[in-house]
Design a protein around this ligand. Structure first.
Ligand SMILES: [Zn+2]
Length: 434
Protein backbone atom coordinates (compact mmCIF):
# COMPACT_ATOMS: atom_id res chain seq x y z
CA UNK A 1 0.00 0.00 0.00
CA UNK A 2 2.82 2.35 1.00
CA UNK A 3 4.61 1.52 -2.24
CA UNK A 4 1.47 2.30 -4.30
CA UNK A 5 1.14 5.68 -2.57
CA UNK A 6 4.76 6.44 -3.34
CA UNK A 7 4.32 5.54 -7.01
CA UNK A 8 1.16 7.68 -7.29
CA UNK A 9 2.79 10.67 -5.61
CA UNK A 10 5.88 10.26 -7.84
CA UNK A 11 3.65 10.18 -10.94
CA UNK A 12 1.80 13.29 -9.73
CA UNK A 13 5.08 15.11 -9.03
CA UNK A 14 6.46 14.27 -12.48
CA UNK A 15 3.15 15.32 -14.06
CA UNK A 16 3.07 18.59 -12.10
CA UNK A 17 6.70 19.38 -12.95
CA UNK A 18 6.07 18.75 -16.63
CA UNK A 19 3.05 21.09 -16.57
CA UNK A 20 5.09 23.85 -14.94
CA UNK A 21 8.08 23.50 -17.25
CA UNK A 22 5.89 23.12 -20.34
CA UNK A 23 4.49 26.55 -19.60
CA UNK A 24 7.92 28.13 -19.19
CA UNK A 25 9.40 30.02 -22.13
CA UNK A 26 12.81 31.67 -22.14
CA UNK A 27 13.41 34.46 -24.64
CA UNK A 28 16.98 35.47 -25.38
CA UNK A 29 16.84 39.17 -26.22
CA UNK A 30 19.80 40.76 -28.04
CA UNK A 31 18.61 44.10 -26.66
CA UNK A 32 15.76 44.38 -24.19
CA UNK A 33 13.76 47.51 -23.48
CA UNK A 34 11.64 46.27 -20.60
CA UNK A 35 10.33 49.67 -19.48
CA UNK A 36 10.05 52.41 -22.14
CA UNK A 37 11.69 55.53 -20.75
CA UNK A 38 14.49 53.52 -19.13
CA UNK A 39 17.71 52.37 -20.82
CA UNK A 40 17.66 49.19 -22.91
CA UNK A 41 20.02 46.40 -21.83
CA UNK A 42 21.89 43.97 -24.04
CA UNK A 43 21.87 40.15 -23.77
CA UNK A 44 18.96 39.51 -21.42
CA UNK A 45 16.70 36.53 -20.80
CA UNK A 46 12.96 37.01 -20.35
CA UNK A 47 11.37 34.13 -18.49
CA UNK A 48 7.66 33.75 -19.25
CA UNK A 49 5.33 31.56 -17.18
CA UNK A 50 1.56 31.22 -17.42
CA UNK A 51 1.24 34.09 -19.85
CA UNK A 52 3.10 36.59 -17.66
CA UNK A 53 6.65 37.88 -17.18
CA UNK A 54 8.11 35.75 -14.41
CA UNK A 55 11.67 37.05 -14.29
CA UNK A 56 14.34 38.90 -16.26
CA UNK A 57 17.90 37.62 -15.97
CA UNK A 58 21.23 38.88 -17.29
CA UNK A 59 22.83 36.88 -20.11
CA UNK A 60 21.33 34.04 -22.10
CA UNK A 61 20.14 31.51 -19.53
CA UNK A 62 19.07 27.94 -20.30
CA UNK A 63 16.34 26.32 -18.22
CA UNK A 64 16.01 22.61 -18.68
CA UNK A 65 12.66 21.49 -20.01
CA UNK A 66 11.71 25.01 -21.11
CA UNK A 67 11.06 26.32 -24.57
CA UNK A 68 13.80 28.69 -25.74
CA UNK A 69 13.23 31.43 -28.29
CA UNK A 70 16.28 33.01 -29.88
CA UNK A 71 15.84 36.75 -30.42
CA UNK A 72 19.53 37.48 -29.87
CA UNK A 73 19.48 39.25 -33.23
CA UNK A 74 16.75 41.62 -32.20
CA UNK A 75 15.46 44.54 -30.20
CA UNK A 76 12.78 43.26 -27.84
CA UNK A 77 10.14 45.51 -26.28
CA UNK A 78 6.60 45.50 -24.84
CA UNK A 79 3.66 44.93 -27.19
CA UNK A 80 2.16 48.16 -28.51
CA UNK A 81 -1.19 49.62 -27.49
CA UNK A 82 -3.56 51.52 -29.81
CA UNK A 83 -6.41 53.43 -28.13
CA UNK A 84 -8.37 54.18 -31.29
CA UNK A 85 -9.40 51.42 -33.69
CA UNK A 86 -12.61 50.39 -35.45
CA UNK A 87 -12.08 46.68 -36.02
CA UNK A 88 -15.34 46.07 -37.89
CA UNK A 89 -14.77 48.93 -40.34
CA UNK A 90 -12.92 48.50 -43.65
CA UNK A 91 -11.40 51.54 -45.35
CA UNK A 92 -13.97 52.04 -48.06
CA UNK A 93 -15.54 55.05 -49.75
CA UNK A 94 -18.99 55.89 -48.36
CA UNK A 95 -20.44 52.67 -47.15
CA UNK A 96 -23.63 53.94 -45.50
CA UNK A 97 -25.54 50.98 -46.98
CA UNK A 98 -23.46 48.61 -44.83
CA UNK A 99 -25.58 49.62 -41.85
CA UNK A 100 -28.67 48.03 -43.37
CA UNK A 101 -27.06 45.10 -45.20
CA UNK A 102 -24.42 43.61 -42.88
CA UNK A 103 -25.21 41.16 -40.09
CA UNK A 104 -23.22 40.80 -36.89
CA UNK A 105 -21.70 37.62 -38.40
CA UNK A 106 -20.45 39.63 -41.40
CA UNK A 107 -18.91 42.18 -39.05
CA UNK A 108 -17.32 39.54 -36.82
CA UNK A 109 -15.64 37.85 -39.78
CA UNK A 110 -14.38 41.17 -41.12
CA UNK A 111 -13.11 42.15 -37.67
CA UNK A 112 -11.37 38.79 -37.17
CA UNK A 113 -9.27 39.46 -40.27
CA UNK A 114 -8.42 42.99 -39.14
CA UNK A 115 -7.60 41.78 -35.63
CA UNK A 116 -5.00 39.38 -37.05
CA UNK A 117 -3.46 42.18 -39.16
CA UNK A 118 -3.33 44.44 -36.09
CA UNK A 119 -1.62 41.78 -33.96
CA UNK A 120 0.87 41.00 -36.75
CA UNK A 121 1.80 44.71 -36.72
CA UNK A 122 2.84 44.37 -33.06
CA UNK A 123 -0.25 45.87 -31.44
CA UNK A 124 -1.13 43.47 -28.64
CA UNK A 125 -3.86 45.64 -27.08
CA UNK A 126 -6.43 47.85 -28.79
CA UNK A 127 -9.33 50.01 -27.70
CA UNK A 128 -12.21 49.58 -30.14
CA UNK A 129 -14.24 52.79 -30.20
CA UNK A 130 -17.32 51.30 -31.83
CA UNK A 131 -19.70 52.38 -34.55
CA UNK A 132 -23.02 52.85 -32.75
CA UNK A 133 -24.67 49.70 -34.10
CA UNK A 134 -25.97 46.71 -32.16
CA UNK A 135 -24.49 44.35 -34.79
CA UNK A 136 -21.07 45.88 -34.10
CA UNK A 137 -21.47 45.32 -30.37
CA UNK A 138 -22.32 41.65 -30.90
CA UNK A 139 -19.40 41.16 -33.28
CA UNK A 140 -16.79 42.90 -31.16
CA UNK A 141 -17.76 41.16 -27.91
CA UNK A 142 -17.64 37.75 -29.62
CA UNK A 143 -14.23 38.56 -31.10
CA UNK A 144 -12.97 39.91 -27.75
CA UNK A 145 -13.82 36.56 -26.15
CA UNK A 146 -12.31 34.49 -28.98
CA UNK A 147 -9.01 36.39 -28.92
CA UNK A 148 -8.89 36.43 -25.12
CA UNK A 149 -9.17 32.63 -25.16
CA UNK A 150 -6.62 32.38 -28.01
CA UNK A 151 -9.20 30.71 -30.27
CA UNK A 152 -8.46 33.36 -32.89
CA UNK A 153 -5.32 35.43 -33.40
CA UNK A 154 -5.80 39.02 -32.34
CA UNK A 155 -4.88 41.67 -29.82
CA UNK A 156 -6.39 42.02 -26.35
CA UNK A 157 -9.56 43.93 -27.18
CA UNK A 158 -10.94 46.62 -24.90
CA UNK A 159 -14.35 47.63 -26.25
CA UNK A 160 -16.72 50.52 -25.64
CA UNK A 161 -19.67 48.81 -27.35
CA UNK A 162 -21.56 51.76 -28.82
CA UNK A 163 -20.53 55.38 -28.22
CA UNK A 164 -23.01 57.49 -26.21
CA UNK A 165 -24.58 60.45 -28.03
CA UNK A 166 -27.62 62.72 -27.69
CA UNK A 167 -30.42 62.63 -30.28
CA UNK A 168 -29.24 63.94 -33.62
CA UNK A 169 -25.54 63.43 -32.94
CA UNK A 170 -24.97 59.72 -33.29
CA UNK A 171 -22.51 58.92 -36.04
CA UNK A 172 -25.12 56.64 -37.60
CA UNK A 173 -27.77 59.37 -37.88
CA UNK A 174 -27.25 59.72 -41.61
CA UNK A 175 -30.60 58.47 -42.78
CA UNK A 176 -34.10 59.71 -43.51
CA UNK A 177 -36.05 59.78 -40.24
CA UNK A 178 -38.27 56.79 -41.12
CA UNK A 179 -35.18 54.75 -42.08
CA UNK A 180 -33.32 55.82 -38.95
CA UNK A 181 -36.20 54.52 -36.83
CA UNK A 182 -35.48 51.06 -38.26
CA UNK A 183 -31.69 51.38 -38.21
CA UNK A 184 -31.97 52.67 -34.62
CA UNK A 185 -28.56 54.02 -33.50
CA UNK A 186 -27.43 52.59 -30.18
CA UNK A 187 -26.32 54.55 -27.11
CA UNK A 188 -28.56 57.58 -27.64
CA UNK A 189 -29.68 59.42 -24.48
CA UNK A 190 -31.16 62.75 -23.46
CA UNK A 191 -31.22 64.18 -19.95
CA UNK A 192 -29.25 63.23 -16.86
CA UNK A 193 -31.21 60.10 -15.84
CA UNK A 194 -31.44 58.79 -19.38
CA UNK A 195 -27.67 59.21 -19.83
CA UNK A 196 -27.02 57.28 -16.61
CA UNK A 197 -29.26 54.55 -18.05
CA UNK A 198 -27.36 54.56 -21.36
CA UNK A 199 -24.00 54.09 -19.61
CA UNK A 200 -25.36 51.31 -17.38
CA UNK A 201 -26.83 49.59 -20.43
CA UNK A 202 -23.52 49.66 -22.30
CA UNK A 203 -21.70 48.26 -19.28
CA UNK A 204 -24.37 45.56 -18.82
CA UNK A 205 -23.92 44.47 -22.44
CA UNK A 206 -20.16 44.24 -21.98
CA UNK A 207 -18.44 47.64 -22.37
CA UNK A 208 -14.96 47.81 -20.81
CA UNK A 209 -14.89 51.61 -21.22
CA UNK A 210 -17.34 54.35 -22.18
CA UNK A 211 -16.99 56.58 -25.22
CA UNK A 212 -19.19 59.64 -25.75
CA UNK A 213 -19.46 62.34 -28.41
CA UNK A 214 -18.96 65.72 -26.79
CA UNK A 215 -19.19 67.70 -30.06
CA UNK A 216 -20.75 67.20 -33.47
CA UNK A 217 -18.94 65.17 -36.12
CA UNK A 218 -16.23 66.59 -38.39
CA UNK A 219 -18.38 65.24 -41.20
CA UNK A 220 -21.54 67.17 -40.19
CA UNK A 221 -22.57 70.10 -42.36
CA UNK A 222 -22.85 72.30 -39.28
CA UNK A 223 -20.42 71.27 -36.54
CA UNK A 224 -22.16 71.61 -33.15
CA UNK A 225 -19.59 72.80 -30.59
CA UNK A 226 -21.06 71.00 -27.60
CA UNK A 227 -23.59 68.20 -27.83
CA UNK A 228 -24.45 67.09 -24.29
CA UNK A 229 -25.09 69.66 -21.53
CA UNK A 230 -22.52 69.95 -18.73
CA UNK A 231 -24.92 68.06 -16.45
CA UNK A 232 -25.38 65.21 -18.94
CA UNK A 233 -21.60 64.85 -19.38
CA UNK A 234 -21.15 64.77 -15.61
CA UNK A 235 -23.82 62.05 -15.34
CA UNK A 236 -22.09 59.97 -18.06
CA UNK A 237 -18.63 60.27 -16.48
CA UNK A 238 -19.79 59.75 -12.89
CA UNK A 239 -21.83 56.66 -13.79
CA UNK A 240 -18.97 55.18 -15.84
CA UNK A 241 -16.43 55.82 -13.07
CA UNK A 242 -18.75 54.36 -10.44
CA UNK A 243 -18.84 51.21 -12.56
CA UNK A 244 -15.03 51.18 -12.85
CA UNK A 245 -14.91 52.29 -16.50
CA UNK A 246 -12.59 54.88 -18.04
CA UNK A 247 -14.22 57.52 -20.22
CA UNK A 248 -13.17 58.66 -23.67
CA UNK A 249 -14.64 61.92 -25.01
CA UNK A 250 -14.47 62.07 -28.78
CA UNK A 251 -14.82 65.61 -30.12
CA UNK A 252 -13.33 68.56 -31.91
CA UNK A 253 -14.03 72.05 -30.62
CA UNK A 254 -12.85 73.67 -27.38
CA UNK A 255 -16.29 74.18 -25.86
CA UNK A 256 -17.29 70.53 -25.93
CA UNK A 257 -13.79 69.25 -25.15
CA UNK A 258 -13.38 71.56 -22.14
CA UNK A 259 -16.82 70.61 -20.82
CA UNK A 260 -15.86 66.92 -21.08
CA UNK A 261 -12.61 67.55 -19.21
CA UNK A 262 -14.45 69.48 -16.49
CA UNK A 263 -16.83 66.52 -16.20
CA UNK A 264 -13.81 64.26 -15.60
CA UNK A 265 -13.20 62.47 -18.94
CA UNK A 266 -10.01 60.38 -18.87
CA UNK A 267 -9.06 60.63 -22.55
CA UNK A 268 -9.94 63.35 -25.05
CA UNK A 269 -9.75 62.16 -28.61
CA UNK A 270 -9.05 64.07 -31.86
CA UNK A 271 -9.40 67.74 -30.61
CA UNK A 272 -8.27 69.70 -33.68
CA UNK A 273 -9.57 73.02 -32.31
CA UNK A 274 -8.67 73.42 -28.63
CA UNK A 275 -8.10 76.70 -26.76
CA UNK A 276 -5.73 77.77 -23.97
CA UNK A 277 -8.08 76.41 -21.31
CA UNK A 278 -8.00 72.94 -22.90
CA UNK A 279 -4.32 72.52 -22.04
CA UNK A 280 -4.81 73.84 -18.49
CA UNK A 281 -7.73 71.45 -17.94
CA UNK A 282 -5.80 68.52 -19.41
CA UNK A 283 -2.88 69.09 -17.08
CA UNK A 284 -5.05 69.76 -14.04
CA UNK A 285 -7.24 66.72 -14.57
CA UNK A 286 -4.36 64.37 -15.41
CA UNK A 287 -6.25 63.26 -18.53
CA UNK A 288 -4.63 62.07 -21.76
CA UNK A 289 -4.85 63.49 -25.27
CA UNK A 290 -5.10 61.07 -28.21
CA UNK A 291 -4.73 63.04 -31.45
CA UNK A 292 -4.49 60.43 -34.29
CA UNK A 293 -2.56 62.55 -36.82
CA UNK A 294 -1.75 59.84 -39.35
CA UNK A 295 -5.44 59.33 -40.15
CA UNK A 296 -5.67 62.98 -41.21
CA UNK A 297 -2.47 62.56 -43.23
CA UNK A 298 -3.66 59.46 -45.06
CA UNK A 299 -7.20 60.57 -45.72
CA UNK A 300 -6.45 64.18 -46.70
CA UNK A 301 -2.86 64.52 -47.84
CA UNK A 302 -1.39 68.04 -47.85
CA UNK A 303 -2.95 69.75 -50.82
CA UNK A 304 -6.36 70.45 -52.35
CA UNK A 305 -5.53 67.85 -55.02
CA UNK A 306 -4.60 65.14 -52.53
CA UNK A 307 -7.79 65.96 -50.65
CA UNK A 308 -9.75 64.73 -53.63
CA UNK A 309 -7.77 61.53 -54.01
CA UNK A 310 -7.55 60.48 -50.34
CA UNK A 311 -9.71 57.90 -48.60
CA UNK A 312 -12.39 60.52 -47.77
CA UNK A 313 -12.54 62.05 -51.27
CA UNK A 314 -16.24 61.22 -51.51
CA UNK A 315 -17.19 63.81 -48.86
CA UNK A 316 -18.87 67.11 -49.85
CA UNK A 317 -16.56 70.02 -50.71
CA UNK A 318 -17.16 72.24 -47.61
CA UNK A 319 -16.44 69.31 -45.31
CA UNK A 320 -13.25 68.44 -47.18
CA UNK A 321 -12.13 72.06 -46.75
CA UNK A 322 -12.85 71.91 -43.03
CA UNK A 323 -10.82 68.72 -42.77
CA UNK A 324 -7.91 70.33 -44.57
CA UNK A 325 -8.04 73.30 -42.18
CA UNK A 326 -7.38 70.87 -39.30
CA UNK A 327 -3.86 70.57 -40.65
CA UNK A 328 -3.31 74.28 -41.16
CA UNK A 329 -3.53 75.29 -37.50
CA UNK A 330 -0.81 73.74 -37.07
CA UNK A 331 -1.78 70.49 -35.48
CA UNK A 332 -3.14 70.85 -31.96
CA UNK A 333 -0.83 68.00 -30.97
CA UNK A 334 2.14 70.31 -31.45
CA UNK A 335 0.73 72.77 -28.90
CA UNK A 336 -0.24 69.89 -26.61
CA UNK A 337 3.33 68.60 -26.64
CA UNK A 338 4.74 72.07 -25.93
CA UNK A 339 2.34 72.46 -22.99
CA UNK A 340 3.52 69.16 -21.52
CA UNK A 341 0.19 67.39 -22.00
CA UNK A 342 0.30 63.61 -21.73
CA UNK A 343 -0.27 62.00 -25.13
CA UNK A 344 -1.66 58.48 -25.58
CA UNK A 345 -1.38 56.61 -28.88
CA UNK A 346 -4.42 56.21 -31.13
CA UNK A 347 -4.41 55.64 -34.89
CA UNK A 348 -8.09 55.46 -36.02
CA UNK A 349 -7.74 52.32 -38.14
CA UNK A 350 -10.84 51.97 -40.24
CA UNK A 351 -9.98 55.43 -41.54
CA UNK A 352 -6.45 54.14 -42.19
CA UNK A 353 -5.74 50.51 -43.11
CA UNK A 354 -5.74 47.94 -40.30
CA UNK A 355 -2.18 46.90 -39.57
CA UNK A 356 -0.89 50.32 -40.57
CA UNK A 357 -1.27 51.56 -36.97
CA UNK A 358 2.47 52.29 -36.56
CA UNK A 359 2.24 55.04 -39.19
CA UNK A 360 1.20 57.32 -36.31
CA UNK A 361 4.71 57.23 -34.80
CA UNK A 362 6.33 59.26 -37.59
CA UNK A 363 3.57 61.86 -37.27
CA UNK A 364 4.21 62.18 -33.54
CA UNK A 365 7.88 62.88 -34.32
CA UNK A 366 6.83 65.63 -36.73
CA UNK A 367 5.04 67.50 -33.92
CA UNK A 368 8.13 67.38 -31.71
CA UNK A 369 8.20 64.10 -29.78
CA UNK A 370 11.42 62.08 -29.64
CA UNK A 371 11.32 58.42 -30.71
CA UNK A 372 11.42 57.41 -27.06
CA UNK A 373 8.50 59.71 -26.18
CA UNK A 374 6.52 58.42 -29.17
CA UNK A 375 7.09 54.83 -28.00
CA UNK A 376 5.97 55.80 -24.49
CA UNK A 377 2.62 57.05 -25.90
CA UNK A 378 1.92 53.51 -27.18
CA UNK A 379 3.09 51.67 -24.06
CA UNK A 380 3.33 53.33 -20.63
CA UNK A 381 0.94 56.21 -21.42
CA UNK A 382 -1.69 54.20 -23.30
CA UNK A 383 -1.73 51.56 -20.53
CA UNK A 384 -2.16 54.20 -17.87
CA UNK A 385 -4.81 56.16 -19.83
CA UNK A 386 -7.05 53.08 -19.97
CA UNK A 387 -6.31 52.00 -16.38
CA UNK A 388 -4.16 48.94 -17.18
CA UNK A 389 -0.85 50.40 -15.99
CA UNK A 390 -0.25 47.41 -13.72
CA UNK A 391 -0.87 44.82 -16.43
CA UNK A 392 0.48 45.97 -19.81
CA UNK A 393 2.84 48.55 -21.37
CA UNK A 394 6.06 47.25 -19.84
CA UNK A 395 7.88 43.96 -19.38
CA UNK A 396 8.26 43.71 -15.62
CA UNK A 397 7.55 40.79 -13.28
CA UNK A 398 3.82 40.09 -13.09
CA UNK A 399 2.95 42.01 -16.28
CA UNK A 400 1.34 40.28 -19.27
CA UNK A 401 3.82 38.56 -21.59
CA UNK A 402 2.96 40.86 -24.50
CA UNK A 403 6.31 40.92 -26.25
CA UNK A 404 7.38 42.09 -29.69
CA UNK A 405 10.70 42.30 -31.51
CA UNK A 406 12.12 44.37 -34.34
CA UNK A 407 15.46 44.16 -36.18
CA UNK A 408 16.88 47.61 -35.36
CA UNK A 409 16.70 50.06 -32.48
CA UNK A 410 13.39 52.02 -32.62
CA UNK A 411 14.83 54.61 -30.23
CA UNK A 412 17.16 55.61 -33.08
CA UNK A 413 14.75 54.90 -35.95
CA UNK A 414 11.07 54.86 -35.03
CA UNK A 415 10.28 53.36 -38.47
CA UNK A 416 11.58 50.05 -37.09
CA UNK A 417 8.18 49.70 -35.40
CA UNK A 418 6.57 49.35 -38.82
CA UNK A 419 8.38 46.05 -39.32
CA UNK A 420 7.64 43.85 -36.32
CA UNK A 421 9.10 40.35 -36.72
CA UNK A 422 8.03 38.65 -33.50
CA UNK A 423 4.76 38.87 -31.57
CA UNK A 424 3.75 37.16 -28.34
CA UNK A 425 0.48 37.96 -26.55
CA UNK A 426 -0.25 36.62 -23.08
CA UNK A 427 2.59 34.15 -23.53
CA UNK A 428 1.39 32.74 -26.87
CA UNK A 429 3.60 33.25 -29.93
CA UNK A 430 1.66 34.57 -32.94
CA UNK A 431 4.49 35.68 -35.20
CA UNK A 432 8.04 34.47 -35.32
CA UNK A 433 11.07 35.10 -37.56
CA UNK A 434 11.82 31.35 -37.72
ZN1 LIG B 1 -12.48 56.81 -35.02
Amino acid sequence: MHKVKLIISTILLVFFASVVTAETTVIHAGTLLSVPGENPLSKQSLIVKNGAIHEIRKGYVQIEGSRHIDLSCCFVLPGLIDLHVHLTTPVKAGGSLRVVTETSADLALTAARFARMTLDAGFTTVLDLGTGRRQHEEAIYALRKATREHRLPGPRIIAVGSPISPSGHSRTGLYRSDVEKIVGPEGVCNGVDDCRRAVREQVKRGADAINFYNTGSLLDEYLVEQTFTDEEMLAIVETAHALGRKVIADGHTARGVNAALRAGADIVDTVPWPDAETWKLLKKSDAYFSPHLYAFEVSLGDTEESLRSGTTHWLPEPILRRLLSVKENPYSAEAAYKHGVKIAFGSDTGVIEHGDNAGEFAELLKVGLTSEQALITATINAASAIGLQNQIGQLSTGFAADIIAVSGNPLNHIEELSNVIFVMRDGVVYKSPE
